[in-house]
Design a binder for this molecule. Structure first.
Ligand code: ACO
Length: 377
């Protein structure tokens, strides 16, 4: 929080002394019982349950129901839903070069127009949207390769159904389970930029689809959802553990960030990274890649500690997300949109919570421009 202010050219000295926090850092803007991000101690809890236990013993369907309702039902199920002709037509209109995030946002928008969702957002709407989006993203994944969409196998869960609709083949159960674990890890993370966006839109009494379109837009920004593809490129460039130290020193020397490290909230090892590393260790075909990743991680942590003394920069979720997403066979350009699929459960849970005790979100602003001028004659 600061009382200091910048002064725009031509502005008079500011008289507004209210505290201002750039990026709203440290500002408490909501009360929530959905998820706790305990950055100091490296803990992430969904409705009180630690992420490690949820990944080990839960499914994305059970976790989504937990986030929506607060109840733990390990037998909960979510299956992919078919997409309408209208959605397919809209996706066909997009250039094949469109980003999968743009396609997902478009599909959710069309879905929302078709559903004409009533206020107030509820669990049924959340379930419907969360089950729709994997099918829509998979359809675009095929259309951009010149292939037709395939209908979902309604007996599969969302992760398996996404892979099946993307490839047109029965998913490998181990890959589906790994992707389900990734979905759990990505489901919820407090009042991050996209979740805040979803709550702001819901706060106006707009509909759930509009809120999720906005959230997808916020997540599209590389500072929020873009790192795992870059982690993959980074490891590809480093190539071998012996080259890691020089590569990292050179990158930091050029003022660059090492992808997959550092976090605004965590000042300890990101618990999601630990959970996903465990999942990646179970993927035999990723063993060589993972061995390089683990050795590079050690080097990066050591060099960052030396070159950024006093900063606590640890491994974040994206580092091992890259291994899991590659391991299940997804191309890097689909990574951010796959993260968006996972985050549907958390976004929609926050919309329901926001609506239940709704207050329009409308922060104030300190005006720093010129005052009381006359237009030039
Ligand atoms: N590599 C090198 N230096 C870093 C890194 C990094 N990954 N992260 C932080 N630093 C350094 C900065 O250079 C800065 O150093 P300086 O004070 O000497 O200039 C210092 O640490 C603080 O940096 P800030 O940007 O103020 O820290 P913040 O906590 O806001 O940054 C962020 C968080 C944006 C995630 C940052 O760590 C980063 O850019 N990481 C790389 C990208 C990445 O992995 N993003 C995924 C995050 S996880 C997620 O969004 C789901």
């Amino acid at each position: 929080m600061t009382n200091q202010t910048t002064t725009a050219p031509g502005a008079t000295a500011p008289t507004d002394e209210r505290p201002y926090s750039p990026g709203l850092e440290g500002v408490v803007a909501a009360e929530s019982s959905i998820g706790l991000v305990d950055g100091k101690n490296g803990r992430l809890l969904y409705r009180g349950y630690p992420i490690g236990q949820l990944v080990e013993r839960g499914s994305y369907a059970a976790v989504a129901e937990l986030l929506w309702t607060g109840e733990w039902n390990p037998g909960a199920q979510l299956h992919p839903s078919p997409i309408s002709d209208g959605v397919v037509t809209a996706l066909r209109q997009l250039p094949r070069t469109a980003s999968p995030m743009d396609a997902l946002r478009t599909a959710v928008s069309v879905w929302g127009a078709e559903q004409n969702l009533p206020w107030i957002p509820d669990v049924e709407q959340a379930r419907a949207l969360t089950s729709f989006s994997p099918s829509a993203l998979a359809a675009f994944g095929r259309l951009r390769q010149g292939l037709d969409p395939v209908a979902p196998d309604l007996s599969l869960d969302l992760a398996g159904g996404f892979l099946q609709q993307l490839t047109g083949a029965d998913p490998d159960p181990a890959a589906a389970r790994a992707l389900d674990a990734y979905f759990i890890v990505g489901a919820e993370h407090g009042l991050n930029a996209s979740t805040f966006t979803a709550r702001v839109i819901t706060g106006t009494r707009s509909d759930l689809a509009s809120a999720i379109c906005g959230a997808i837009g916020a997540l599209k920004g590389p500072l929020h959802g873009g790192a795992p593809a870059e982690v993959a490129n980074q490891l590809h460039e480093i190539g071998s553990p012996e080259r890691a130290e020089q590569w990292v020193r050179d990158a930091i020397g050029r003022g660059e960030r090492i992808m997959g490290f550092g976090h605004r909230v965590y000042r300890a090892y990101d618990p999601r990274a630990a959970a996903l590393r465990h999942v990646a260790e179970g993927m035999a075909h990723m063993a060589e890649w993972l061995s390089l990743a683990v050795q590079v991680e050690d080097v990066v942590l050591r060099v960052l500690e030396e070159l950024k003394p006093g900063r606590i920069i640890k491994t974040n979720v994206e580092y091992y997300a890259a291994a899991v997403l590659q391991g299940v066979g997804l191309p890097p350009e689909v990574f951010p949109a796959t993260f968006a699929l996972a985050r549907h459960a958390g976004w929609t849970a926050h919309c329901i919570e926001q609506a239940a005790a709704n207050k329009l979100i409308r922060p104030d602003m300190r005006y720093i421009g010129p005052k009381d001028r006359d237009l030039p004659a």
